[in-house]
Each structure stands twice: as C-alpha cells, then as structure tokens.
Design a protein around this ligand. Structure first.
Ligand code: KG4
Ligand code: ZN
Length: 354
C-alpha cells in the first residue's frame, strides 16, 4: 500500500471515531509555530517563535531571512510542543500545515517539515489555507460556535468578510480592493516613527488620543461590502508630510486615534451591512487586526444594538499561530480532505476562488 492509501485508511478510522490529535505547523510569514490540537478545539501545546525583532531592523519582512529562521526554529518548536504537552510522537493522529497564502520560501519550510513528519509517523497530511486558519481560531476560543456565521478576517495581508456556511465552506461577501487593514496600520505607523509591525503600538497610542482631532477620508467602494484603505493611507501619510514641511507638529496620539477610527469605522460599517444582507445573527472576528482594541469594543457595542452575537479569539490567537491551523485541519480531516506527499506551497491561493 502506498503512503496515501494508508493515510486514507487511517483517516477513515479517525473520522468514524470523531476524534483526532493534530500536530499543526505554521510558517507563512514571520512567525514559526507548532501546536498540538485535540478534536479541533482543545489546545495541548501552542509554541511560537517570532522573528519580528529581526525584521523590524529592515522595516518589514525580508523573505530570505524568514525562510532561514523558520528552518532553524521548526524542529526545536516541535520538540517543545511534545515536551510541554507530555504527548508522545506516536500519539499524533495527523499533521496539518499552512500551504498558502504567504511567502513562498517561508511556506515551503513548513510544508517540507510537515510532509517529512507525516511520512515518518505514517499519518494523514492535511493542507490548510492560512485565512481559514484565522477563521478557525474562533472554534478554539468559543467551544459553542458552529457555522453558519459571518467572519471579518483582517490581517496584514488580507481583509475579507466571509459567510461561513458549513465547516470548510465559505462565501465571499466583501474584501479589500487594495491594501489590507493591517498593512495600512503598519504603513501609517511608520510615518509616526513606530517600528514594524506598527499596528499594535499604533493601537496603544490611539487609546490616549482624540479620534475626532483630525479629519481623515472614508473611502467609497463600488462593491457594497468591499473596503479600500489605500486612499486613506495615502491621504494620512501626505497630510503628515505637509504639516511637517510647514514646520508644524503632529500630535501622535490624536493622529493614531483619528486614523484608527477611520479604519475601524469602515471595517465595521461594511461588516454589519454584510451581516444584515446575509441575515446572519452571529459575527466572528479573526486575523491580527482583530486584536485591535477599538475594533473589539465597537464590535461588541454594535452587535448588542443589532441583536447579533459576537465572537472573538484572545489577541494571542488573532495573530499568526499554529493552533488555528490545527483547528482548521480537524474539520478538513472530517471532510475527508487529505494531501499527498506531492503537496506544494501555494503562495497566492485564495480562500474562495472567484
Ligand atoms: O494575522 P497576522 O498576524 O499576520 C498576517 O496573516 O498578516 O496579522 C498581522 C497584522 C499586522 O499588520 C499588524 O500590524 C496587525 O495585524 N495588528 C494590528 C494589531 N495587532 C496586530 N493592527 C491594529 N491593531 C492591533 N492591535
Ligand atoms: Zn495571518
């Protein structure tokens, strides 16, 4: 029997049993992460090694450095995950890995590691889309959450509003037509002298600022539930340069608060419009930007008003991690979707094909 035949037979047993302990690997950008997740919801280990300090020296992620650092970090993180959970390698039922979207070299390190491990342990291999991973962080944080629900996924590379109709099934309601929300945060933060990735620090700075101090534009997009952040980002950056050229000073806290409000208002206006359109009563937040404090507070306030239940992972599960990949992997496994050892990195793969 070939590897894939044996993997299918094992997956059938796991599906019948309804339980699986998944070893998950994430290496799509600048965090190397390995996790152990039971039945898609229970995290036994969640190890992360961040490269942020190194990339901050260059003002952004340097792909070649990212790949090299993933290679160094993967095996020790795997050993750490086993040691911290007390799980033995032979208890692992399946291996899940992010195969895209992301940086091709970075993805390849995780994919190669996961393929070797799945082959060595002779267990099924599951390919997970990184965005689906972000959505699935909510299954860990909220054990009672089940589809259908609408999810706002806002990260450094993506901003989508999706309708999760079943486990693993998505309808696109809206998306960014240019920059992702996190990308806009990072670029505007740079003008304020905040190092990469600027989102979290800009968020902290904004807490003490006046969100009405500066008037920043709100973009209009042709698609009802689409966003655009490029115009806002450029307007904010140009305005900062103009003020400085005239010898003026920027109040950084007010600037951060006004910009943050413009982004979060846009995200939530569109999300709540999309929720109403989809007739959904549950909203989940996901992705790095979902750890934004204003987004979290405003979602709760608006959800109460709209009679919508709102779910959000803790900040540690909003940013990149492998536990979310293990959660998504469990539902892919349940759907019988296995990968073969020919699995490749897919840097531009979408969650929903147009
Ligand atoms: O999901 P993530 O860790 O990686 C990607 O898949 O992109 O998201 C990282 C992005 C960065 O752009 C970062 O600045 C942003 O999320 N971010 C935030 C906050 N925390 C992280 N943006 C705004 N407010 C935050 N608190
Ligand atoms: Zn991410």
């Amino acid at each position: 029997m070939s590897y894939i035949e044996r993997a299918r037979a094992k997956a059938d047993v796991l599906i019948k049993r309804g339980h699986a302990l998944i070893l998950a690997v994430e290496s799509s950008c600048d965090e190397t992460a390995v996790a152990l997740v039971k039945d898609g919801r229970q995290v036994l280990a969640n190890e992360i090694s961040s490269q942020i300090d190194i990339h901050a020296l260059y003002g952004g992620v340097v792909p070649e450095i990212a790949s090299r650092m993933h290679v160094e970090a993967l095996s020790p993180l795997y050993e750490k995950a086993l040691a911290s959970s007390g799980v033995s390698a032979r208890d692992i039922d399946a291996v899940a890995v992010t195969y895209g979207p992301g940086l091709v070299g970075a993805l390849l390190t995780g994919v190669s590691f996961a393929k070797s491990l799945a082959y060595a342990l002779d267990v099924p291999l599951i390919a997970v889309n990184h965005i689906e991973g972000h959505v699935s962080a909510n299954f860990i944080a909220s054990p009672s959450l089940e589809p259908p629900f609408v999810c706002l996924v806002a990260s450094g590379g993506h901003s989508h509003i999706v309708n999760v109709t079943r486990y693993g099934a998505y309808e696109l309601l809206g998306h960014t037509v240019d920059d992702a929300a996190g990308e806009a945060f990072d670029k505007v933060a740079r003008v304020l002298g905040i190092p990469y990735p600027g989102g979290p620090l800009l968020d902290s700075l904004a807490e003490s600022g006046d969100p009405h101090a500066y008037a920043f534009p709100r973009a209009h997009t042709p698609g009802k539930y689409d966003f655009s952040f490029s115009g806002l980002k450029t307007a904010v950056i140009n305005q900062a340069h103009n003020i400085r050229e005239r010898g003026g000073e920027i109040n950084a806290a007010n600037w951060a608060a006004s910009f943050r409000k413009a982004v979060i208002d846009t995200l939530l206006d569109k999300t709540f419009a999309a929720l109403a359109f989809a007739g959904a009563t549950r909203l989940a937040l996901a992705g790095g930007v979902a750890s934004n404090r204003l987004l979290r507070r405003e979602s709760v306030r608006r959800a109460e008003k709209a009679g919508v239940q709102v779910f959000m992972p803790p900040a540690s599960l909003c940013t990149d991690n492998a536990a979310m990949i293990g959660a998504a992997g469990f539902y892919r496994l349940k759907n019988g979707e296995l990968a073969d050892l020919s699995l490749n990195a897919e840097p531009s793969i979408k969650l929903i094909e147009d």
